[in-house]
Design a protein around this ligand. Structure first.
Ligand code: PMP
Length: 397
């Protein structure tokens, strides 16, 4: 049977990392995959994580299974981080949380849950979006559609066009929104725009699904939840798929969660029973270690302070690199206006570099960028900035 199978294409972004690793050029730069790197180009283990792991290793007494929906303490800590500890959806029991293997796992559980409970629903994705979004929803058997999001003339949100499409979405369809640090563009909605989106969502009976993979990377842990909070209105239903891959640096541990907010606590429990069936048939129950780290850090005052400072340091380093990149390109005499890069948020920006320029950067300078021109700003360092900007000046000339 396998003789007839034609090979599938490699993953565009992960394939780039393979090529980067194999490149012998000592000046090579990887601005492809979405992983945070420090000033030395290294993806560190956070100190708060190391210290939590020491405690867990000393104290843990069993490796028995977690429940299907994971650790209750982890679920509670996650809800408190998403909404703030005093929020009505927590006190009322309208919000329920299932631990999941990463943000991707949470999205896939959400997709399977929707396919089971709302068959025939269409999932609306931003143009552009993280390329794995359509894969995940289609794999669950759902239809996907798209709404405009990015205006390449202004390098900002195409908000009017976005709203216009949102006003055509049928009741019961699902609207995927990036809660902050939009991947791949780096442009986010303002508070006023979130409020308008929440209005349209409520009016039309749309179900919002917030993909929250970068909490803390835009403006701050609380500030970045503004979109989530704008949509969490009385009686409003929503789904949140969050990830601790980036803000805890726990990429390989696969730590995320699916949070469901229903109109009533009873409806939330009924929905959770289906989420659990979906998980049971998928991977049975989630891995424990990464979630134990997150729970330990979030619930310990000292470790939490340390973690919050480490998140702030990652965020500030990225923002410093954004400004240095714009300044260094100016110094190199580049005429194209790249000032928008300094205004954007999170690890990613759409650079506006063409596929030809991306190819030239790779072939002539061993600089690896995704074909769309998306750059991971966290791959920039003070040490590689001059080489990077000289190379860009050359391919733009
Ligand atoms: N959503 C978005 C928008 C992302 O960028 C990512 C990570 N690249 C994820 C979800 C998934 O994160 P995880 O690695 O935790 O599965």
């Amino acid at each position: 049977m396998f003789e007839k199978i034609v090979p599938a294409p490699p993953d565009a972004i992960l394939g780039l990392t393979e090529a980067y690793k194999a490149d012998p050029n000592p000046n090579k730069i990887n601005l492809g995959v979405g992983v945070y790197k420090d000033a030395n180009g290294h993806t560190p283990i956070l100190q708060a994580v190391k210290r939590a792991e020491e405690r867990i290793l000393a104290q843990e007494t069993s490796k028995t299974y977690l429940g299907i929906d994971g650790s209750p303490a982890y679920a509670a800590a996650t809800r408190a981080l998403l909404f703030g500890p005093e929020h009505e959806v927590i006190a009322s029991g309208r919000a329920v949380t299932a631990q999941a293997p990463g943000g991707t796992g949470a999205l896939r559980v959400a997709a399977d849950f929707l396919a089971r409970t709302q068959p025939g629903t269409t999932v609306w994705l931003s143009t552009p979006t993280w390329p794995n979004h359509p894969n995940i929803f289609r794999a669950a058997g759902l239809e996907v559609a798209s709404y405009p999001y990015f205006d390449s003339r202004t390098n900002d949100v195409a908000f009017e066009a976005m709203l216009e499409t949102l006003r055509t979405i049928p009741a019961g369809d699902v609207l995927v929104l990036h809660a902050c640090c939009h991947n791949p563009t780096g442009v986010d909605l303002s508070s006023a725009q979130w409020a308008q989106v929440a209005e349209v969502v409520a009016e039309r009976g749309i179900l919002p699904l917030l993909d929250f993979a970068y909490q803390g990377f835009a403006q701050g842990l609380t500030e970045d939840a503004a979109g989530v909070l704008a949509l969490t209105r009385p009686g409003q239903e929503l789904l949140i798929a969050n990830s601790y891959s980036k803000n805890f640096g726990l990429y390989s541990e696969r730590v995320g969660a699916l949070t469901l907010v229903a109109a009533t606590p009873d409806a939330a429990q009924a929905a959770l029973s289906h989420v659990k069936q979906v998980i049971r048939a998928n991977y049975s129950n989630p891995p424990a270690h990464g979630a134990a780290i997150v729970t330990t850090v979030l619930n310990d005052a000292e470790l939490r302070r340390l973690w919050e400072a480490e998140v702030a340091a990652m965020r500030e380093r990225i923002n410093t690199m954004r400004h240095l990149f714009v300044e260094t390109l100016n110094e190199k005499g580049v005429q194209t206006d790249f000032s928008f890069i300094a205004r954007q948020r999170g690890m990613f920006s759409f650079s506006g570099l063409t596929p030809e320029q991306v190819k030239a950067l790779r072939e002539r300078y061993s600089i690896y960028i995704v074909g769309s021109g998306r750059i991971n700003v966290a791959g920039m360092t003070e040490a590689n900035m001059d080489y990077l900007c000289s190379a860009i000046a050359d391919v733009l000339a």
